[in-house]
Design a protein around this ligand. Sequence first.
Ligand code: ATP
Length: 754
Amino acid sequence: MNHDDENELFARLEADMGAGPAVPGGEVVDLGKARAARTEAAEPGDAPTPVADSATDKAPTSTPGGPGGSDSDTRGVAKSELVDSSVPVESGPGLLDRIKGAKRLDVIPGWMRSWPEFRDAVTWLAGHAGHTAAFHAVRAPLYAGKLAVRTPRGVVNVLTGVGRWASDAEGEPLRQAEARRENSELYLKLARQRDRRVRLRTIVTASGTLLALGLALFLVFGASLLTQTIAAVLAMLVFGQIGAPADAPLSSRAVIKTEVQKLTSDMVVKAMASIGIGPISSAVAKGQEAITFVAPITREGPGWRADVDLPLGVTVADVVDRRSRLASGLRRPLGCVWPDGDPSEHEGRLILWVGDQDLSKTGKVKWQLAKASQHDIFNRNPFGIDPRGRAQSVPMIQHNVLIGSLPGQGKTSAVRVLACGAALDPSVELWIHENKGTGDLDAFAPISHRFVSGIDDEAIKYSADSLALLRKEVMRRAGALKKLPRDLCPDKRITRQIADKRSLKLWPLVAVFDECQNVFGHSEYGKQAGEDAEFIIKLGRALGVILILATQRPDKDSLPTGVSGNVSIRFCLHVAGQTENDMVLGTSSYKNGLRATIFRPEIDAGNGYLKGATPTPVVVRTAYLDGPATERIAQRARALRKAMGTLSGQAIGEEAEMASGPSYDLLADILAVVPESEERVWNERIAARLAEIRPDVYGGWQGENVTSALKPHGVTTRGVAGATDEGSRTTRRGIVREHVAKAMAERDGSTGAA
Ligand SMILES: Nc1ncnc2c1ncn2[C@@H]1O[C@H](COP(=O)(O)OP(=O)(O)OP(=O)(O)O)[C@@H](O)[C@H]1O
């Protein structure tokens, strides 16, 4: 709390205690009393009442009005007294509210609460210690040699030192000076002091020498070899160190620290004054306080953090706009300087974070799930780190993702990270489309229900077909979800519990469209594909259908506005200008300071603005998975799917038409569960047996489901006489086994002929 705050709080307390019952702001003002009060104050000879405007620091002005003033004037007085009174009144939060609203600082720092960050810190520390130990261990023989060579010199240094001490050599220059000045009194005093000292020190030195000689004789003639060795090593360590020249230390450094200057308020003010924001520069020029530091500058992660209040009317976006000038003003590389807003405060609260090193030099960020055996897509997917080194993740369920940038900035890498997260959940059905044709996502082919890599018309058509199929799938899911009982699906959206009931076929479906501009911009299929994508984006979220779109041409021809306008998570790597920026990050993003144009081509590949995944947009350097790493993850994902029986579609060589849901052969399955000996059978019995062999497909089926599923195959049901489990005879709907066998033979015969 600063001084002004304290003053204000005390004034407020005084007002609370002394003013009697409060007049709530909403109460009716007694104009008569207000007028009387004003008339009193405006008596001739009275000084004009100053109306202080603390917000604008205006010069005091006289209260308008006076005897005979109009009603509106009167209201003006009453209003100014209530609003601008220099005595605090009941406006704004009270003391308790202010205390309640105070921001609590973390008891335990963020990096200690986040397991991955804590693990990173400990791993780094262990690595650092290990490296230093190994470095010096390797050089130990060299250090021993140096110490041995320096030992005689050390001995001489010690003897010389002792001699100088015993003879009080340090007082000699003083005595000489007094002798030259012929100050006999002081000289005699010093000489007497020297004699006293030398007498005492000679006794100490002689005793010490005798002791040392005794010890030396004992070590040479009386001590064991081990003691002799230890003594020799110790002597070498001590005398070798003492004998070292001042400019040649024994060991070199195992690590050389990159010296990073501490960020000071002075540096920040100077830098801010140099970026060309009028109110700041002019205040600094006049020697006034241009910006206010609301907290001490502290160390946060691998850098420094300054919390600053900008002058009135200046926004964080104004500073972000001048980031490179700010970097110059701070004399730091651009990739170290990250001005950011504080969402919990006002538009003028700037968090300036200055990193020790350029974000682009962080190297390749490890993906947290690179070695994980499995992942749950209902949890957030690790995505990368922010400039402050904090792990950042992306929620997948209930979301769609749009990734955009110029070529070669890291879109595909970002897609891989998201697709790998989805792949590690074996319940997820993957549809992968890579319409650049370079095979960047080929690793996912063995686990994808639908997969295509290509830029030719056929590949584009395949992707467009996928969107059409997804649209149908979304509609099917909407119907299926609606029918679910309320207790299973209270929020009318897919949950883990629902996804795990395979018979419902409502598992999460992640569809990736990399280089989607080639699909949406296609002359023949583009328009329909855009409409389908918009439909899916709008409705698919609650139904477990997640679209991940990546484009290197975010313009309105290649990315339908219905798509870009409705997507929930956006990641924008380097783009050329405002239009592309806003297409990916959303309207007005550029104006609000979210400018992916700040990233440098190539140097900042992998760095982008992430919006929608965190409470406020954040710069993220994505984790990087190269080809082999992606393949290893995909293999793990395939093994998981095999074990769970969720591989489907093209991953097991099925035709593309069998796109939605796992394939099954109803006729073959019925023949399998109805033995030849059983000529006629009730449909309800078939349904129960089918559910036993394929619960994921037939679970929950009743007799009617068998009836309707057989209809397209030309098998009709009829009344079949039989006995219930209790033994009573009755007739129910059923089939003749031979009819099913015939339908299957016909079908297979015609397939074979085709
Ligand atoms: N997260 C990252 N960390 C480090 N380097 C990265 C990262 N992402 C991308 N890169 C670098 O950028 C290069 C291009 O990445 P990527 O292929 O993902 O870009 P792209 O935007 O998909 O390109 P294109 O549009 O041509 O397909 C990579 O080969 C890699 O060297």
